[in-house]
Design a protein around this ligand. Structure first.
Ligand code: 2AL
Length: 245
């Protein structure tokens, strides 16, 4: 099967890291197509970034449909454009926040999210509530690290994130940690070894959940609100249409 993993920011080094994490867990029959859009923010750190990035992400879903992709992962912790992506896609679409939070709820009675900038905490909070994960979510913590610091080897990101995860374990009594950025995908196992509780990177668990759903022959419901978008003209957006033949 083919799973398209979309990093909705335009930073290619982060896409490569996300693709490597996805391939490390993908089954032998699974091809991972890791992409980022050409247009949009270099990092997603707020509602505005998410709104702009979502349009380009949906274009990647449209292309994936034309290419016969079986399922998708939205590799940004705000899960931008998730429900719109499900309207466009026939196969399953999972966001990394929803995948990671659900995985954490299977492994512990409570988890804390450790994310980048404080201003993104409200996004994770809203997601936990809308996914029904609030009862499991002990806390949402920020490291005050910009997303692109995760791409800079000179930043002290790994140490700072590890220490915040350790505080989450001890101060929140979190049985598991959910990493709050796709750019942290390469850190999960090292942090887990250091602090001794499950540390969940959403990219890897989302890939395995999509794989499982496709293997079970399950696809996105086209009954009701997730039906394909209504074919219509999008004024000023050349060639944009989701009409299916
Ligand atoms: C993210 C993420 O996963 N990718 C990105 O650009 N921003 N989320 C976050 N909370 O920093």
């Amino acid at each position: 099967m083919r799973i398209k993993v979309i990093n909705p920011n335009t930073t290619a080094s982060m896409t490569a890291k996300i693709g490597a994490a996805a391939r490390a867990v993908a089954g032998p029959g699974t091809e991972i197509i890791a992409v980022n859009p050409e247009c949009g923010p270099v990092s997603i750190e707020g509602h505005y970034d998410e709104a702009i990035a979502a349009a380009a992400l949906l274009e990647e879903i449209r292309k994936g449909e034309a290419d016969g992709v079986d399922g998708y992962v939205i590799a940004c912790f705000g899960d931008p454009g998730l429900l719109a992506a499900r309207e466009v896609a026939s196969g399953p679409v999972l966001g990394i926040a929803e995948a990671a939070m659900h995985a954490a709820s299977f492994l512990a009675t409570g988890f804390s999210v450790v994310t980048t900038l404080g201003r993104t905490k409200i996004i994770a909070h809203h997601l936990a509530k809308s996914y029904g994960m609030a009862p499991f979510c002990r806390n949402i913590r920020a490291c005050e690290l910009e997303v692109l610091a995760l791409e800079d080897e000179r930043s002290d990101a790994r140490r700072i994130i590890t220490e915040e995860c350790r505080r989450a374990r001890d101060e929140d009594e979190a049985g598991a940690i959910v990493l709050g950025c796709a750019g942290m995908a390469d850190l999960a196992k090292a942090i887990e070894r250091e602090i001794g509780v499950p540390v969940i990177d959403g990219v890897t668990v989302a890939v395995k959940f999509v794989e499982a759903l496709v293997a079970c022959g399950l696809a996105t419901s086209k009954h009701g609100d997730l039906a394909y978008p209504i074919a219509k003209t999008f004024t000023g957006l050349n060639g944009m249409s989701v009409a299916r033949s």
